[in-house]
Design a protein around this ligand. Structure first.
Ligand code: B4P
Length: 187
């Protein structure tokens, strides 16, 4: 399976990617996780990404695209992958097409987890209490949702136009959402 996972911040992309990777036996590649690991490790990439993440902005495309290109070329992604949080704007989607063309493969499905903004805001504020992530504060969550609406939401039409889009309701228990996703992908 070669899939991208779309949806607003807090829809459950990271949560579900970790479960789907086990079901489908392909690596989950989360750009957010890679950035956070680099921030923690104090790398050059982490330094570049941190200010954007903390402000709820997208990390610049040239940084993100190069990172994904390198990751997709690794051996474990040859038989499939689940991209969590990439692409996040139309420019990244076009770049992903070029990466896949260079690898001689095609995307099978774009899965969108839907959830309304009130619900996701509540989830992220709850996570803030548990994990204390720098971008889970109320003003930054608002900014992330704005960026989602402006930059990422147009990808729904982009992938629908190619017949690749599958939409799954992200509300409800985590297990329920996983089962919906598995059923939707199997269709
Ligand atoms: P990400 O790490 O991708 O974070 P996110 O979209 O905000 O969602 P996340 O995966 O964390 O949350 P989830 O929905 O699983 O991005 C962070 C930042 O990195 C971005 O703002 C940007 O700066 C940068 N970045 C990442 N990718 C980029 C790209 N391609 N280009 C440029 N910049 C990029 O879950 C949220 C919470 O909800 C969790 O606490 C979870 O436990 C809970 N939850 C999940 N499902 C639930 C359910 N069914 N019921 C109740 N709670 C649930």
């Amino acid at each position: 399976m070669r899939a991208v996972l779309l949806g607003p911040p807090g829809a459950g992309k990271g949560t579900q990617a970790a479960r789907l990777t086990e079901r489908f036996g392909v690596p989950a590649i989360s750009t957010g996780d890679i950035f956070r690991a680099n921030v923690k490790g104090g790398t050059e990439l982490g330094r570049k990404a941190q200010e954007y993440m903390n402000a709820g902005q997208l990390v610049p495309d040239e940084v993100t695209n190069a990172m994904v290109r390198a990751r997709l070329a690794e051996d474990d992604a040859a038989a499939g992958f689940l991209l969590d949080g990439y692409p996040r704007n139309p420019e990244q989607a076009v770049e992903l097409d070029s990466m896949l063309a260079d690898l001689g493969v095609e995307l099978d499905v774009a899965i969108e987890i839907t959830a309304d903004f009130d619900v996701v805001t509540e989830r992220l504020l709850k996570r803030a209490e548990i994990e204390g992530r720098a971008d889970d504060t109320e003003p930054v969550i608002r900014k992330r949702l704005e960026v989602y609406a402006t930059s990422t939401a147009p990808l729904t039409a982009f992938y629908a136009g190619r017949g690749l889009l599958v939409q799954v309701d992200g509300l409800g228990e985590i297990d329920e959402v996983t089962e919906r996703l598995v059923a939707a992908v199997a269709r």
